[in-house]
Design a protein around this ligand. Structure first.
Ligand SMILES: NC(=O)c1ccc[n+]([C@@H]2O[C@H](COP(=O)([O-])OP(=O)(O)OC[C@H]3O[C@@H](n4cnc5c(N)ncnc54)[C@H](O)[C@@H]3O)[C@@H](O)[C@H]2O)c1
Length: 267
């Protein structure tokens, strides 16, 4: 039996991640790099993605970053292809980039609907297709898609966001049934309330500055909802991601993992 710590060692693996400029993507990139993986990171925010790569290099890891608009198939293909051409492998693909959307169904415009589908759903489909193009010939690989706790807790204004994330969960499960025989595992993470730029609109003013009272309110709401009594940190999600792509999860596929402090507990 492999030593327990070896199961979490990602040395020699190459991980392609989107959304690495901020929040969950950045924490995941730094965590996988610290575990030994080489990171190929993309984000619409090129400067932010490069900053993450620089931090990883500063910690002694290896990372490259490039501007990637996940709504463009060509950008997603280029990111995944870069891992193969520059580092020779594609072991992990994490489809992480995403945006919030809060509006009552009656008020959603066609443009908004198309935008949220493009950023949160079609991008993940492109990422999965690009991943398996490399992973099937390789005979191995792990895909992790970021869904959301919104799939478990329908609430006013969450229809569009929740639909995209429920579709991501279904894509994950279905793809897992298609590619398991090629040695590829496909899982999703449905995070609860995590403190990132994504949740900032809950506690900033019009200028984008944090309002301490609103931040305290946000924490209070998160604490009241969660049996563990707190909002999540990007590292909570990064740790779940790390587990899923490690050998410790070698029998885990088609699952929706929920780092959510216990807010919802589906079977
Ligand atoms: N924070 C939460 O509470 C929470 C909860 C559940 C799920 N999620 C999901 O987690 C994922 C990461 O969110 P986060 O909380 O880290 O938010 P974040 O805003 O901190 O990071 C999102 C990143 O995605 C990038 N991005 C946005 N549009 C893009 C595009 N078109 N192409 C490439 N990159 C793009 C942004 O530049 C940013 O760096 C998202 O899919 C989000 O839906 C977040």
């Amino acid at each position: 039996m492999a030593a327990v710590r070896d199961m979490f060692d990602l040395s020699g693996r190459v991980a392609v991640l989107t959304g690495v400029a901020s929040g969950i993507g950045k924490a995941t990139a730094r965590t996988l790099a610290a575990a030994g993986a080489t990171i190929v990171g993309g984000d619409l925010d090129e400067a932010g993605a490069r900053a993450t790569a620089t931090e990883i290099a500063g910690d002694g890891g290896t990372a490259v970053a490039m501007r990637t608009d996940v709504t463009r198939r060509a950008d997603v293909d280029a990111l995944v292809d870069r891992a193969a051409s520059e580092f020779g492998r594609v072991d992990v693909v994490g489809n992480i980039a995403g945006v919030p959307h809060n509006k009552m169904v009656a008020e959603v415009t066609d443009e908004e609907f198309e935008r949220i589908l493009a950023i949160n759903l079609k991008s993940v489909f492109y990422g999965c297709q690009a991943a398996i193009r490399h992973m099937i010939p390789q005979g191995s690989g792990c895909i992790v898609n970021i869904s959301s706790g919104a799939i478990d807790t329908p609430a006013p204004t969450l229809a569009c966001y929740g639909m995209t994330k429920a579709a991501v969960a279904m894509l994950t499960k279905t793809l897992a049934t298609e590619v398991g025989r090629h040695g590829i595992r496909v899982n999703a993470i449905a995070p609860g309330m995590i403190l990132t730029n994504f949740s900032r609109h809950n506690f900033v003013d019009e200028q984008g500055n944090v309002v301490p009272e609103r931040l305290e309110q946000y924490h209070k709401r998160a604490s009241a909802l969660a049996p563990l009594g707190r909002a999540g940190d990007p590292q909570d999600v990064a740790n779940t991601f790390w587990y899923l792509v490690s050998d410790a999860a070698s029998f885990v596929t088609g699952q929706i993992e929920r780092p959510n402090g216990g807010v919802s507990m589906p079977w």
